[in-house]
Design a protein around this ligand. Structure first.
Ligand SMILES: [Zn+2]
Length: 359
């Protein structure tokens, strides 16, 4: 449900290699059928560390992200949630009729980690329904906060409740395409060899050295805007109009940018650097002026980069510009502009995605 038919462990692992990822979350690990799909691949993961992960929706429709050491912890959670969930066997992200606090207690009881998923999304997320972490989780601590595609670290850095909570920038990919998987990622500092426990310990210790992902302005609820005509309003204007668009009577939806600002205090706390990136396929699509990154021409250029440099993330952030230029000058210009932050953003809002242009 709600994911690509191509979503299969084999394809996901292959996509990680092309993308340059070393750690991958399974998603939907509460579901036994999805676990069964994974099991044959856990012995030979081609050097990729696979973390069992999943989301649940609580009684107030807030989504929570769970990271576990093994599928067995998710089996225990399924047993604890089954009497409180009608959708646990049919939905990869089931609704569980328990509070956020009770869910977090159960997750900690089995030894797994939990925090709000896509915390700033204006629907089905922590800050859509609560003004504080305790409002949702009571006295139970959280281990992480997933920023979601519509926020970067700066959106949470000034929120006092979050001062000791590590931020994760995860892709939440619903397809193994390189424009989806690894569209956001985290860099972590592992001591010793790569293992699931090592990764979870790093997150617990906040040993995240970099977050990377979209410009939040690209998000479709970034600014406060009418959901019908997408006209953007300041918070003051929206209040003055009683959250109804004067042009067409449409609902004005509070944007993530304004929501984060009203929860924040200054000065913001210090956070690991957040690198704004655009998937290489989308860069190629933009500079070549074609309709999608899936066109034959785009894929051929993309493949030329991967065969030359090994993986996409290196092309985006590490390979020297002259070497990129040797493959495709227009792509080199765009990557240089992104690296130097020569970007003009046209924020989204009200359900309409934002856009950007390179200068
Ligand atoms: Zn309107």
């Amino acid at each position: 449900m709600a994911v690509s038919r191509a979503m299969h462990p084999e394809k996901l692992l292959a996509a990680c290699t092309i993308k340059g990822l070393h750690v991958l979350g399974t998603g939907d690990a509460l579901h036994p059928a999805w676990q069964r799909e994974w099991k044959p691949f856990l012995a030979n993961k081609q050097g990729i560390c696979v973390i069992p992960t999943g989301e649940v929706e609580d009684e107030h429709r807030v989504h929570h992200l769970i990271l576990a050491e093994d599928f067995g912890q998710f089996d225990q959670l399924r047993d604890l949630f089954v009497s409180k969930s009608k959708s646990i066997s049919t939905n990869g992200r089931p609704h569980v009729s328990l509070s956020g606090e009770t869910i977090a207690e159960r997750v900690h009881d089995v030894g797994a980690l939990i925090g709000p998923a896509h915390a700033f999304t204006p629907w089905t997320a922590l800050f859509a329904y609560h003004d504080s972490v305790a409002g949702c989780y009571g006295s139970e601590p959280i281990d992480l906060l997933e920023l979601g595609l519509s926020a970067d670290s700066s959106y949470g850095a000034g929120i006092p409740d979050l001062s000791h909570v590590p931020f994760l920038s995860n892709s939440d990919a619903h397809s193994p395409q390189p424009e989806k998987i690894g569209r956001e990622f985290n860099r972590i500092q592992i001591n010793g060899s790569l293992s699931v426990r090592g990764v979870l310990d790093c997150i617990r210790a906040g040993a995240i050295t970099m977050n990377a992902g979209f410009f939040p302005e690209e998000g479709k609820y970034n600014r406060t805007a009418c959901v019908r005509c997408f006209t953007q309003y300041s918070l003051g204007q929206a209040q003055q109009h009683n959250w109804r668009c004067p042009a067409d009577g449409g609902l004005i939806k509070k944007g993530v940018f304004d929501r984060a600002r009203e929860l924040s205090r200054s000065p913001p706390g210090s956070r690991p650097p957040y690198l704004h990136i655009v998937p290489l396929g989308q860069v190629i699509q933009t500079v070549e002026g074609v309709s999608s990154p899936g066109t034959k021409k785009c894929r051929a250029i993309y493949d030329a980069f991967i065969s030359a440099f090994g993986n996409e993330i290196d092309v985006l952030i590490a390979i020297p510009e002259p070497e990129i230029r040797a493959i495709r000058p227009k792509v080199a210009d765009a990557i240089a502009a992104l690296r130097e932050n020569r970007v003009i953003l046209h924020p989204g809002g009200g359900g309409k995605y934002g856009t950007f242009s390179l200068v």
